[in-house]
Design a protein around this ligand. Structure first.
Ligand code: ATP
Ligand code: MG
Length: 422
């Protein structure tokens, strides 16, 4: 019978990979804790209308990437393609947004029906940050600063570039849209097929077309920054000033628009040139209109989401994951003789009581070549135990420096001492 396989574009994350995932996740958690952010956990499935109404009907995601299905009641449901909409829904539903400030984060799988390739999958993972109730540019600066701190902590800051733009108010953007459409309509035949279609549906997206001819046409197109309203202009200047003060370098990219409808004012992306075409590892911006659009009272908001798979690819490409992260245990404990495994498993638990924090893996069953096998695990400590005259005796290798014939009464003491010195 043919074996059942995983669904295309949906990956298993195997035991040899999970340590790097955990390392990234715990690094993110420690940075977010340092900024006082709280975690929120939302369901993976939502009503389809939530995404249609927030992300926008004519975006790539809603047009062609959603996993939408009917449940047994005939209700249209969708596997979440991103987290912001769910987060706003949850915040509204539980009264977390109106007249309050919130600094929230979430993590988990997202689903988009895309062409699977390196850095692009159908189930992928994001860690996202959403802040609510803060209208001034200091919070825009904070979310960018916390992401920069994370890159620094992970050792990838030198390999990512911050791209920054302002989309202005809805009114300013509408005015710009008209000017752009007027200009591009006059050259419609030179646009790539996608862009011709977007001219009718979502003209701003033409700005980030990958087509070379379209891009060169854009060189002479009206520029968004010249259409910015006074308030957005000041907001953006404030943000740039704070980033300058914080020593965070950025590139102004007037063609950065982002794929989702709900952004206004600040938009940004952290981009790397180390991963080929899938170079954006983190993206976000301000979305002051979204809460109202989803039925709440007007609430300013800023957030971003990072792509976990891409970040992990980057960590591995740059080889910046600390070696110790990959080893799931500190001590490998094995019996050298048959018949003492029962004593060994009890000894292991005594050691866990005595040396809190030490990760101990016991060799269970099968003693062939145990001495060399145990030392090949790469553990920092390897302990082989045998029995003489009913008493246990241990040999201990620490960073391959052996201590032989440790008597039973000294095993715990010696290990604790070494652990504390380490
Ligand atoms: P792209 O332009 O690469 O399609 P996007 O604008 O659709 O990205 P966002 O919706 O902003 O992406 O999601 C934020 C981040 O999530 C992206 O910057 C990326 O790192 C990651 N991401 C998005 N889609 C995928 C995917 N299909 N597979 C893996 N990571 C993804
Ligand atoms: Mg996309």
């Amino acid at each position: 019978m043919a074996k059942i396989k995983a669904i295309r574009g949906m990956n298993d994350i195997l035991p040899e990979q999970t340590p790097v995932w955990q390392y990234l996740e715990s690094s993110v958690k420690s940075v977010l804790a340092a900024y006082g952010y709280s975690e929120i956990r939302m369901p993976i499935v939502e009503q389809t209308d939530l995404f249609k109404r927030s992300i926008g009907e004519v975006t790539d995601i809603v047009e062609k990437e959603m996993y939408t299905f009917e449940d047994r009641n005939g209700e249209s449901l969708t596997l979440r393609p991103e987290g912001t909409a769910s987060c706003v829904r949850a915040g509204e539903e539980h009264g977390l947004l109106f007249n309050q400030t919130q600094r929230l984060w979430y993590q988990g799988p997202m689903f988009r029906y895309e062409k699977p390739q390196k850095g692009r999958y159908r189930q992928f993972h994001q860690i996202g940050v959403e802040t609510f109730g803060m209208a001034t540019a200091d919070i825009d600066a904070e979310v960018i600063m916390l992401s920069a701190r994370l890159w620094k902590q992970l050792g990838i800051l030198d390999s990512v570039t911050l791209q920054l733009n302002s989309l202005g108010s809805n009114e300013a953007r509408a005015e710009y849209k008209d000017a752009l459409v007027t200009y591009l309509s006059a050259h419609k035949d030179q646009l790539d097929e996608d862009s011709q279609r977007r001219l009718e549906t979502n003209p701003l997206r033409i700005l980030d077309s990958k087509d070379a001819q379209t891009q060169s046409l854009l060189d002479d197109a009206p520029v968004l920054s010249e259409y910015l309203d006074e308030e957005s202009r000041e907001h953006f200047a404030d943000l740039c000033e704070m980033l300058d003060q914080a020593g965070i370098a950025y590139e102004l990219n007037p063609r950065l628009v982002r794929g989702l409808d709900y952004y206004c004012k600040t938009v940004f992306e952290w981009v790397t040139d180390k991963l080929g075409a899938q170079g954006t590892v983190c993206a976000g911006g301000r979305y002051d209109g979204l809460v109202k659009q989803l039925g709440g009272r007007p609430t300013p908001a800023v957030g971003f989401a990072m792509g976990v798979e891409r970040l992990i690819l980057l960590l591995e490409t740059l080889d910046v994951v600390p070696e110790t992260v990959k080893q799931p245990f500190d001590l490998y404990l094995a019996a050298e003789q048959k018949g003492i495994q029962k004593r060994l498993i009890v000894l292991a638990d005594q050691l866990r009581d005595a040396v809190p924090g030490m990760r101990i893996r016991v060799h269970c069953s099968g003693l062939k070549n145990i001495s060399s096998k145990a030392r090949q695990t790469g553990a920092t400590w390897v302990m082989l135990v045998r029995e003489e005259n009913q008493s246990l005796l241990a040999n201990l290798w620490y960073n391959s420096e052996p201590v032989f014939d440790i008597t039973e009464d000294r095993i715990v003491e010696l290990l604790l001492q070494q652990w504390q010195q380490n």
